[in-house]
Design a protein around this ligand. Structure first.
Ligand code: MN
Length: 202
């Protein structure tokens, strides 16, 4: 069974004005579709066929650059669409809020740390909120389409929130103003989904 492009779950325009419809349409329909197709092409006829994406990423250092780039791109965008919602924004609550406070001092402290990780990632990549092996949370960033599930990541764990800071994620609307895009992202974060992922991972 080949990997399938997951549906967005909301309209292209649903995240406006924070993320514009044209960016969403190209990002999902061209970029994410491309990673999905290229991942399938890269594993077709190999022993990776039929493995879960998590299994593939956990041993990514043993696989080709095509599997690393497109497997990461496939997984990262699926998470990205799901941790955003037209009804997003606000702040986390409950266990997740407590864990964020423990890791970053406060929700504002988390926003500062996450925004800095996203803004200072040179070139293309992602910033993450990661559940570590001991259940604690950590902010990190990775280059290109790498992610914390990969065995070669500097900070290894389970990503529960991620922001794409490739220019294709924001350039049409924000041009070079990556920090404005990062600020806007907080208005669409689906904290219920992040909390669900935190509960499953810790
Ligand atoms: Mn992207």
């Amino acid at each position: 069974m080949a990997f399938q492009l997951p549906p967005l779950g909301y309209d292209f325009a649903a995240l406006e004005p924070h993320i514009d419809a044209r960016t969403m349409e190209i990002h999902h329909g061209k970029h994410h579709a491309g990673y999905t197709n290229n991942l399938n092409n890269a594993i077709n006829g190999t022993d990776l066929e039929g493995k879960s994406i998590e299994d593939i990423l956990a041993n990514i250092s043993q696989h080709s650059a095509a599997v690393r780039n497109n497997g990461g791109g496939y997984y990262n965008h699926d998470l990205f669409w799901k941790v955003m919602s037209p009804n997003g924004g606000g702040a986390p609550s409950g266990d997740l809020a407590a864990a964020i406070n423990a890791a970053c001092g406060s929700f504002d402290g988390f926003k500062d740390e996450f925004s800095k990780a996203a803004a200072t990632r040179f070139g293309s990549g992602w910033a993450w909120l990661v559940v570590m092996a001991d259940g604690s949370l950590k902010v990190s960033s990775t280059p290109n389409q790498d992610n914390p599930l990969m065995d070669l990541a500097e900070v290894k764990g389970t990503p529960i929130l991620g922001i794409d800071v490739w220019e294709h994620a924001y350039y049409l609307n924000y041009q070079n103003r990556r920090p404005d895009y990062i600020n806007a992202f907080f208005n669409v974060v689906n904290w219920d989904e992040v909390a669900k992922r935190y509960a499953a991972a810790k």
